[in-house]
Write a protein that binds this ligand. Sequence first.
Ligand SMILES: Nc1nc2c(c(=O)[nH]1)N[C@H]1C(S)=C(S)[C@@H](COP(=O)(O)OP(=O)(O)OC[C@H]3O[C@@H](n4cnc5c(=O)[nH]c(N)nc54)[C@H](O)[C@@H]3O)O[C@H]1N2
Ligand SMILES: Nc1nc2c(c(=O)[nH]1)N[C@H]1C(S)=C(S)[C@@H](COP(=O)(O)OP(=O)(O)OC[C@H]3O[C@@H](n4cnc5c(=O)[nH]c(N)nc54)[C@H](O)[C@@H]3O)O[C@H]1N2
Ligand SMILES: [Mo]
Length: 763
Amino acid sequence: MSKKIKPYQGAAGGWGALASTTRFVLGSKKPAANLRNLLRANQVKGFDCPGCAWGDEQGKHFSFCENGAKAISWEATASKVTPAFFRQHPVSRLRQQSDYFLEYQGRIEQPMYLNRETDHYEPISWDEAFALIGRHLSRLAHPDQLELYTSGRASNEAAYLYQLFGRLFGTNNFPDCSNLCHEASGVALSRAIGVGKGTVTLQDFEQSDAIFVFGQNPGTNHPRMLHSLRNASRQGTAIVSFNNLKERGLERFADPQSPAEMLTSKDSSISSLYLCPRLGGDMAAVRGIAKLILEWDAAALERGEQGLLDRDFITRHTQGLDDYMADVAATSWQQIENQSGLSRTDIHKAAEIYAGARRAICTWAMGITQHKHSVATIREIVNLQLLRGQIGKPGAGLCPVRGHSNVQGNRTVGINEQPDTAFLDRLEHHFGTPMPRQPGHNAVAAIQAMLDGHSKVFIALGGNIAAAAPDTHVTAEALANCDLTVQISTKLNRSHLMTGKEALILPCLGRTETDIRASGPQFITVEDSFSMVHASQGVGKPNSPHQRSETAIIAGIAQAVLGRQTVDWIALADDYNRIRDHMAATLPGFEQFNERLQQPGGFYLGNSAAEYIWQTTTGKANFAGGPLPAHLLPAEADGETASILQTLRSHDQYNTTIYGMDDRYRGVYGQRMVLFMHPDEIRRRALHEGDEVEMISLWHDGVTRSVSGFRVVAYDIPAGNVAAYYPETNPLVPLHSTGDDSHTPTSKSIAVLIRKQENQRII
Ligand SMILES: Nc1nc2c(c(=O)[nH]1)N[C@H]1C(S)=C(S)[C@@H](COP(=O)(O)OP(=O)(O)OC[C@H]3O[C@@H](n4cnc5c(=O)[nH]c(N)nc54)[C@H](O)[C@@H]3O)O[C@H]1N2
Ligand SMILES: Nc1nc2c(c(=O)[nH]1)N[C@H]1C(S)=C(S)[C@@H](COP(=O)(O)OP(=O)(O)OC[C@H]3O[C@@H](n4cnc5c(=O)[nH]c(N)nc54)[C@H](O)[C@@H]3O)O[C@H]1N2
Ligand SMILES: [Mo]
């Protein structure tokens, strides 16, 4: 694997994507099975692609993308991590290996128990594993000493059973990946419009006049979204991208599933306007747009013309406009330009497109949600949409584009450390047992509780918290403090090596595999970013008879811990229809769940805000004002010496899963330890391309957080900002550097000092 930096000239998708898909499918050691798998991805009678949470186009022949293909072939591999592998590799030695090496070993074959004395994982039977968990949980002084983590791939059925187990045990401690991801979207949208989800459906993208994409890299992370954007741009919809970097997928796209585009090299340009704000500068940019809209509206009214604001909508459905207008008026252009890093002229161009659109959608992802002022930024996006009544009508609305394929569904079915009272009341009534009422821990609070020794047992339904969470060394210490850590996983990862005093790995089936239980083959359900709930059924043969479904594993744990008095867990795991009956009885919108799943394509859960029902404290959609953040850097960082770092994904990774060492669209090959920096800044710091640097983060607790061995790469990025891949940079993110009200680590704005290491320059 040779390292090189070579700018990518092609469109996103295109032959590059086809070549890469082929390579990953052939490299999976199960090529024929994987091709069959791909053809069943996102089909009515197939499985939901575990790649991302974008919706499915109904009636499409096949529907997968390059990165979905990687996710599918990565899961459905013939390679296995066997007891012999663990006999050969002591845990302390596995810790020296890369994340790529760990996952590359294949699927975990059997339940494993960590023997501290020998430093090896050893096989354990399922019953013994469940009994061990039972013993630990019965020793806890309080149910809140248990932490139940979820990564957003779990099915609705598994997640529902998991939250039921936790609540019957007595805790609301459900830290989840959402706390590290889109939490700010949930918080901001709930406060603004009374529902923490997006208001649009896939069809809205076909009916919109303008789509504003903030802080998101769909070419890599939601490739199927490019089809929607391409179709929209072809029919004249203006696409405006706000991104700290020039991402190829937002510039140009050729559909690898369209022969015409592939053979004639007719790629489509995506964005009609592409603006690159500073990290964290989007709130200022959106306020600038709002300021212009308000000015133009006032001028139009003065001329006796119709204004730009949707006054009918504002009067009937919103409150707080006057205060918001005062705050906008108080925000100077100088502040807006300084903080956004965009000129007034650029913001003017975006505002003209916005003002000209009868129907507009705003989408966003991690570039918006992983800052200190993320909730305020999302509120500002909502403010803008409210000004022009851009919610609820076709072709208009708000669209947080989710991460994990079922993270939204997990929340809907109860993975929530702050459950609402109505939900707990329903559970209590249906199961005839009191539910815990005190709020539980989010991801950061859970890590702190383990660090303090308050929480003693950690169970993870998927994910890889040791690598995904901030402050890597602190998170490792927190896990090490636990009496027991349990990972329900498909593949070997860092969290199996950074463990508590005792540790278990429980191997589970993946989304693409058949799941046969006592009543026969089972299917599960998921919810996409557009609140569509539908069935998913795997087609591949599991690569080991020992692996169990997540649902069966949770049922096994619950039965060992709680017995079968209140719930017959094993009976539920024998037939998932029975779980769905409980869901139907306790979750609004899931009435007659099993019957409604017969509809091809599933059903729409609905969205109250899209129907002009405002479940907020005021009963209206709320404008929210306030000043722009005073600073984007923490107080101890001075702009001359410090840079702001964003930590992001390469094209060849799925969160902490590293598929390969290339980041094709950004021109990086064979390596991940790179630091993107503006050429002027490289010169100003007396560095050169290829220099090896270390980064030290600036935070006020006196702890030194640093990473080294990153090579400087010249890149078109705003001066003062730098970018590098996650999870390698997680040691730099202080645990308590979190978003206001969202408590999400500020993974997209970390103040760092950059120092040259005295090594050879290589490129
Ligand atoms: N193949 C693949 N698919 C995935 C994932 C994966 O790792 N691999 N992860 C899944 C998950 S869990 C999630 S949450 C999503 C993540 O999807 P994204 O949010 O697209 O993920 P990131 O790589 O973090 O990219 C952040 C983007 O925002 C930009 N950005 C960063 N900061 C700012 C800012 O302050 N302002 C603006 N305007 N732009 C900014 C970055 O340049 C980058 O383009 O993808 C999901 N899908
Ligand atoms: N610095 C920085 N940190 C970040 C982010 C960032 O942008 N920057 N992004 C954050 C975001 S958005 C997220 S969502 C989190 C992700 O955090 P997590 O969800 O915890 O991490 P993943 O890497 O998605 O988890 C991968 C592991 O899940 C297991 N797995 C895969 N499929 C399945 C399955 O079907 N069932 C089960 N039980 N296990 C499975 C495999 O063993 C694999 O190793 O990371 C966050 N951390
Ligand atoms: Mo995410």
